[in-house]
Design a protein around this ligand. Structure first.
Ligand SMILES: Nc1ncnc2c1ncn2[C@@H]1O[C@H](COP(=O)(O)OP(=O)(O)O)[C@@H](O)[C@H]1O
Ligand SMILES: [Mg+2]
Length: 414
């Protein structure tokens, strides 16, 4: 409405004409408000412009965002008409603000007609972590309106997990201009809001209060940084150094179709392949499987085509797996690989691993992981200690354990 006065952090957002703006951070900072105000200002300023507001589901759009637009942003005296049956607001200057969801084919179809001829001028993806990357791509592709000299997609969201495409593509990858805000930046929150927020715990606390793209607090390897430890440079180099395996046994579990990762209660069997070069352990391949016979799995890892390892450090609570790695066969394939057991004490080897991960004074780390090891990377960021006992939780520990086995013999047994 006309009485809107931007907060100090919102003002540069209003002025910014670049193509993709991401408004992220903790809850309550005023992200949604400034995005809504901006889109409304744009449509009033540029006659005949087409705006599109999206939420993942049409129901959430109707039940909250449309009401918010109507009551808090557009108001009654603006001359804007709400044409509910057409999923749009009609402005007196010929601009329109269409809205919808992208949850299924029907919802997508309903918004595809928007800007069908001239394209879209401005778009807003509200609660953007709910969208998949292809939703965003589709909106970007349609952003070719000509009603104004500039076009824009605004995304507003609280943080998700570290592997969310918004974090990897738009924040880490630099695909958007980032504006971060938190509740303390917004004087319009009710007094008790901060108190309520302070009481949140766990992942909610990390994301909604602290604004972190995090899966966990009490991370076992909190020094893990994707920008430091994950690199293409960790790839296998022919003749570059000895190759080793770290192996953690497992059998049951399943993949979560939504995330593409194993579910929390899964116990995949994990093989990690690393190459030591100049004192650095480069983990360049992983193999996570459930419900696969161990001989078949070993053969599958050998079939990746890398050199047979110097030795394999194997979860020794599984004597039969260690035996099969040492000497086994699958079909016509036979192998014989020297093995080590796992480290004697969990605490000592976690400390050892932390030491390898910790950057030295030049920022150099001694363990690096290739980006293709996506399960290992996700687990390194998720594996955490139980808040009550401080013990490492027995979930998302499979890859981190295999990595722990892999490095221990290098200093202690070999
Ligand atoms: N500049 C402003 N003037 C008045 N109220 C504001 C302003 N910015 C935000 N608010 C209000 O503060 C509350 C929280 O803002 P909101 O945009 O919902 O936060 P976020 O989307 O970051 O969680 C809302 O009620 C919103 O209308
Ligand atoms: Mg919001």
């Amino acid at each position: 409405m006309s009485d809107y006065k931007p907060l100090p952090w919102q003002l540069p957002v209003i002025k910014d004409k670049r193509r993709v703006l991401l408004l992220a951070g903790a809850a309550g900072g005023g992200k949604s408000r400034v995005a809504a105000e901006k889109i409304h200002l744009y449509l009033m300023k540029y006659p005949g412009a087409t705006g599109l507001v999206l939420r993942k589901t049409y129901a959430s759009m109707l039940n909250s965002t449309v009401l918010f637009l109507q009551n808090e942003i557009i108001g009654e005296n603006s001359g804007v008409k709400h044409l509910g049956y057409q999923q749009r607001f009609q402005y007196p200057n010929g601009s329109i603000l269409a809205y919808g969801g992208m949850a299924n084919a029907q919802q997508r179809e309903a918004i595809r007609g928007v800007g069908a001829k001239g394209g879209i001028d401005i778009a807003w993806l509200e609660e953007a972590t709910q969208f998949v990357e292809s939703d965003f791509n589709e909106v970007l592709f349609r952003l070719r309106g000509r009603a104004a000299p500039w076009r824009q997609v605004l995304l507003t969201t609280n943080p998700g997990g570290p592997f969310h495409w918004i974090n990897s593509r738009l924040i880490v990858g630099g695909g958007a201009i980032l504006y971060e805000s938190k509740a303390a930046d917004n004087i319009h929150n009710p007094d008790d809001y901060m108190d309520t927020m302070q009481r949140t715990t766990g992942v909610d606390r990390q994301r909604l209060l602290l604004g972190r793209w995090a899966n966990a607090e009490n991370q076992v390897y909190e020094m893990w940084e994707r920008t430091t430890h994950v690199t293409e440079e960790a790839d296998f180099v022919k003749g570059g150094g000895e190759v080793y395996w770290g192996v953690d046994d497992g059998y049951v579990g399943e993949i979560d179709e939504d995330t593409g990762y194993f579910k929390q209660n899964s116990h995949p069997r994990v093989f990690l392949i690393g190459q030591q070069r100049n004192g650095v352990m480069n983990i360049f391949a992983e193999s996570y499987e459930v419900k696969m016979k161990q001989e078949e799995h070993i053969a599958k890892v050998l079939d990746l085509g890398y050199p047979t390892p110097e030795w394999a450090a194997v979860d020794s609570s599984s004597a039969s797996l260690r035996g099969d790695v040492h000497d086994g066969q699958w079909g016509d394939r036979r192998w014989s690989i020297q093995t080590h057991g796992k480290p004697p004490r969990v605490d000592d080897s976690i400390r050892e691993m932390r030491d390898w991960l910790l950057p030295d004074k030049n920022g150099v780390v001694r363990m690096r992981v290739h980006p293709r090891c996506r399960n290992l990377i996700m687990e390194m960021e998720t594996y955490s200690r139980k808040p009550n006992t401080g013990e490492p939780a027995k979930e998302f520990d499979h890859g981190p354990d295999a990595a722990r086995y892999l490095i221990w013999p290098l200093r202690h047994w070999v």
